[in-house]
Ligand binder design. Structure first.
Ligand code: RB5
Length: 142
């Protein structure tokens, strides 16, 4: 199960991501927002992050204008490792080395096609464990 959330600025991007995930048979939980009307991004990022932290969802995807606000908000929830990703390398490495359980995108930073490409890389990349496991455990103790 994948949690999805955005503010108004990320709404169209969230909807495009949702369409892509549904077409590819992922189960999704949409935590809002539900329109382009102005809202506060911490509210929605927190909902998705808590769904992941509680185990209700395996991963989470959050969108806002820059991706910065939602990633900061998500990372305040214990157990969340939310990666703000802008290219293929960081999408892949955030899984391989950081075991990221959430990803953040900026709708005013990347076009939809690029986001979908990075998202698929992230969804398919595997955590390498080994020495990275120790570091991730250190993060989770902070
Ligand atoms: C909304 O205008 C914008 O501030 C928000 O989407 C996000 O970019 C904040 O980090």
């Amino acid at each position: 199960m994948i949690a999805l959330a955005s503010d108004h600025a990320g709404y169209d991007l969230k909807e495009a991501i949702k369409k892509h995930l549904v077409e590819n048979n992922y189960d999704i939980m949409d935590m809002g927002t539900d329109s382009r009307a102005s809202v506060d991004y911490p509210v929605y990022a927190k909902k998705a992050a808590e769904a992941v932290a509680s185990g209700q969802c395996d991963r989470g995807i959050v969108c806002c204008g820059t991706g910065i606000g939602v990633s900061i908000a998500a990372n305040k929830v214990k157990g969340i490792r939310c990666a703000l990703v802008t290219n293929e390398f960081t999408a892949e490495m955030s899984r391989r080395h950081n075991n990221s359980n959430m990803i953040a995108f900026g709708s005013r930073v990347l076009d939809v096609q690029t986001v979908i490409r990075l998202l698929d890389i992230w969804l398919n990349a595997q955590f390498e464990e080994g020495r990275h496991q120790r570091r991730v455990e250190m993060l989770d103790r902070m």
